[in-house]
Design a protein around this ligand. Structure first.
Ligand code: PMP
Length: 449
């Protein structure tokens, strides 16, 4: 037996079992699109640490800004005074928010904390208790956000009672309905979903009890499904009719991920509250909500806060992130690489090969791309029956992920609907993405055998 210290075995012994983990790798370094383990294994990262290092691992400008802040002031507690680092960030951030009405911000640390802040704000501002979320949603794993999360039962199972007052309605995702397929028209899916919402407001939580509708404009953990503009516009209309706030969670879809700074821009819809996190500081913990000053002023002073909220080092990093988007024209790269990735995946799907026939749907925006496999257990009676039968033995996505990991590429799956998600750094080069596509193809072929 080796006398060398086995860090993974130490982790197994001493790190909480409640964490699900894709690999047993121990990561030591990251640069751009690659991470390296303690054993010197170099892996191509198509996860960006779940959509966080949008500018790649250890982007030099972001790391330098954080390092500079580290020797200046690390902790400027927001309940004690203003933080210069935070104010400098907000001067950059407010102009890139997706609507001019979003001019007041509260910064926190994690996505889940920001979602909780949005719920508190909605309840305080409307003086109404209930929140409507989407089936398939993911908003976090704290007590309140586990209640708002409806992608898989594991996040709440055995942990109740969770926060009350949460009602789930349908997202326009074909897998969510019986008898619909990737070919079902967007119009029909939108109509079905808006009808479900109207019924939710008649049967489950009346408008006079409903503070907010909260959703991810691109369903993330629930299957990587972009909401059609007509659905978002329909929600806006219903919210306006009933004095319900529209809260848009762009924790994963924001910060350039979908080819625009925030996905909601595509629909032109005004969110009452926008939630952001993940990519905002490229790996430093930072999250927040934005709303109009009129709305945010309805919170009483003292009701919001947190020791590390809007940490100075994270704020300095986030300011560098926004500057880098401008200076390096990151969104141009997202457009080019998105075209490359969609081109490859759609070609593979249409190739007539056994591997290609396993792909049921390719969807997403920018570099937030989902590949859905057929799952007959959940989608009986619709199109692509032969492929669905072939997949009957269980989910394909975890098998493909494992084949990718065996070939030193990190890739994640989502949801109960057997979907893979590509979320590479937005700085990924053409060659790196070609390499990822080759590994994916080999992995799919290995599973299709
Ligand atoms: N909302 C969305 C859309 C997310 O994707 C996530 C994290 N995956 C969260 C909220 C929770 O963020 P955090 O893990 O930082 O608490």
């Amino acid at each position: 037996a080796s006398l060398e210290f086995d860090a993974a075995a130490f982790g197994e012994q001493h790190i909480a079992r409640g964490i699900g983990r894709l690999t047993k790798h121990v990561f030591e370094e990251g640069q751009g699109t690659f991470v390296t383990t303690d054993k010197g294994v170099r892996l191509l990262d198509m996860t960006s640490g779940i959509g966080v290092v949008n500018l790649g691992h250890c982007h030099p400008k972001v790391s330098a800004a954080a390092a500079a802040q580290c020797s200046k002031l690390t902790h400027a507690q927001i309940n004690i005074g203003y933080s210069a680092a935070q104010i400098a960030l907000l001067q950059e951030l407010i102009p890139i928010l997706p609507h001019p009405s979003l001019d007041s911000v509260f910064l926190w640390n994690s996505g889940a904390e920001a979602v909780e802040a949005a719920v508190k704000l909605a309840r305080a501002a409307t003086k109404k208790p209930n929140i409507i979320v989407m089936q398939g949603s993911y908003h976090g794993r704290t007590n309140a956000t586990a209640s708002l999360t409806r992608s898989k039962t594991i996040y709440g199972e055995g942990h109740g009672p969770l926060m009350s007052g949460v009602f789930a309605t349908a997202f326009p995702y074909y897998s969510q309905f019986g008898g619909t397929t990737p070919e079902t028209s967007t119009e029909e899916l939108v109509n079905q979903s808006l009808l479900q919402l109207k019924l939710t407001l008649q049967q489950q939580t009346s408008p006079s009890d409903t503070a907010a509708i909260l959703l991810e404009p691109v369903l993330g953990e629930g299957g990587y499904v972009p909401a059609p503009p007509a659905f978002l516009q329909g929600l806006r209309k219903i919210c306006d009719e009933h004095n319900i706030l529209l809260i848009i969670d762009e924790v994963q879809s924001g910060m350039g991920r979908t080819g625009q700074m925030f996905f909601i821009e595509e629909s032109g819809v005004r969110p009452d509250v926008l939630i952001f996190a993940k990519g905002i500081a490229n790996g430093f913990p930072l999250s927040g909500i934005a709303g109009s000053k009129k709305l945010m002023d309805l919170q009483k002073p003292g009701s919001m806060g947190g020791t590390y909220a809007g940490n100075a080092v994270s704020c300095a990093a986030a300011k560098a992130v926004i500057e880098t988007f401008r200076e390096e024209k990151i969104l141009d790269n997202v457009a080019a690489r998105s075209k490359q990735l969609f081109g490859f995946l759609n070609e593979l799907k249409a190739s007539g090969t056994k591997a290609g026939s396993l792909i049921e749907d390719v969807r997403g925006r920018g570099l937030m791309v989902g590949v859905q496999f057929p799952n007959p257990q959940l989608q009986a009676g619709s199109a692509n029956t032969a492929a669905r039968e072939a997949n009957w033995q269980g989910q394909l996505a975890p098998k493909v992920v494992q084949e990718c990991v065996n070939r030193n590429m990190l890739l994640l799956s989502t949801s109960v609907f057997d979907v893979l998600r590509f979320i590479p750094p937005l700085t990924i080069s053409e060659e790196e993405l070609s390499q990822a596509c080759s590994i994916f193809k080999e992995s799919l072929e290995a599973v299709a055998k």
